[in-house]
Design a protein around this ligand. Sequence first.
Ligand SMILES: C[S@@+](CC[C@H](N)C(=O)[O-])C[C@H]1O[C@@H](n2cnc3c(N)ncnc32)[C@H](O)[C@@H]1O
Length: 440
Amino acid sequence: MNLRELVIKTLVEVEKNNSYVNLLLPKLIANLGKKEDKDFVVELTYGVLKQLKLLDYMAGKLLKKRSKLPPFVINAIRVGLYQLYFLDKVPTYAAINETVEAVKRNYRGFTGVVNGVLRNFIRRREEITKIDVSDEVEYLAIAYSHPEWMVKRWLNQYGYTKTVEILKYNNHQPNLTLRINTLKISPKAYCDLLNEKNINFKQLPYLPEGVVILGKVGVKELPGYDEGLFYIQDTGSMFIAYLINPEPNSVGIDACAAPGGKSTHLAQLMGNKGIIYAFDVHPGRLKLIEENAHRLGINIIRCLLGDATRLKLPDGVNPNWILADVPCSGTGVLARKPDARWQKSEEEIIKLSQYQLEILTNLSKLLPPEGILVYSTCSIEPEENEGVVENFLRKNPNFVLVKPPEWFFNLGIVKNNYYLRLLPGEIGDGFFGVILKKLC
Ligand SMILES: C[S@@+](CC[C@H](N)C(=O)[O-])C[C@H]1O[C@@H](n2cnc3c(N)ncnc32)[C@H](O)[C@@H]1O
């Protein structure tokens, strides 16, 4: 199978079964010998998934009857166009010939169509790539390949310039960011290991344990993965543990904890002293917390199956803090999940906000007076963020908002005095968090 064929088959599978590409792809490329081949397949698959709408717009100008084409052929055209438009490093002849070859092997009768479309693109490139649409929402949705409903909401919420920044960020390949496991190694010693391996990186000045890897490096190529010297985690996500800033020996609940990014960070801030009850509703995902905690050498996390909408704590457990890192639409992290933007809907956002409020309300009852409840999402939709919190506060006057630490203000990431709100591209991915305190 040539590399394009592998990409096309992956795209067909993702589209047909709504499969998660980040789970599917590693298995499919495992048998490819060369690293360049693996990188190429990942880049092409992720790229096509992100640019789907723009590619289909261009294909629409080149095709008469798209609806009659089998999914394999539609995806072959997308793969061909993506290479011709976005990948300067792929010679035109290779992009066309290899893609057409893949079609010949699978759908021989459509070879001419695909060949014709790709060659016509070369001839009529300027006309085909020009977006002849006057409506602003439709234009941006095509140009930056996002669903129209998303663009419309962000324009209403954040205005034109910010929206374009978000759209651009979502289409770029974000750097790998990692959190050094200070339970096992100091930030300085880990950075020395990166230097020894000639890996380019940038240490985050405001988060000494946070490191951005510059350039293409696989997780397993970084020093100390198996030894648990780091955890892959976006910068925005790392801020959430600092909203709680737990004391060593405190007792905490992470109510929606899998795969354990924030639980393990919290354990790290606690110096692996105290106890964290990490719940998740999905047994399979609970295992991921156990694996991660084990790899990182953390032994204060107790993993428990539980539904945060009706969670009961083990007898005698009186938490100092609770984290509600709730399931959300994930519109803050679309840059890392290329297929996600097409799998969301506006209705889902409203439904999720009701679910999130239910979780927050139930968790609030488990907290003793003076306890801290942190609510967080990786969504940038106000309904899931400020909306849930304001609704909650209206019904629960025994809770008040607490300001984030001073250094958050210095970074300019606090909105309206209380809300940590990061939009995609401001520092990294989009995140939201807020601290609530129970008065009585
Ligand atoms: C945003 S993710 C949590 C990420 C995690 N806190 C981390 O930092 O790695 C949300 C998690 O909530 C879980 N979840 C969804 N509904 C839940 C519920 N009713 N009760 C508990 N967990 C739930 C999902 O399985 C998912 O693992």
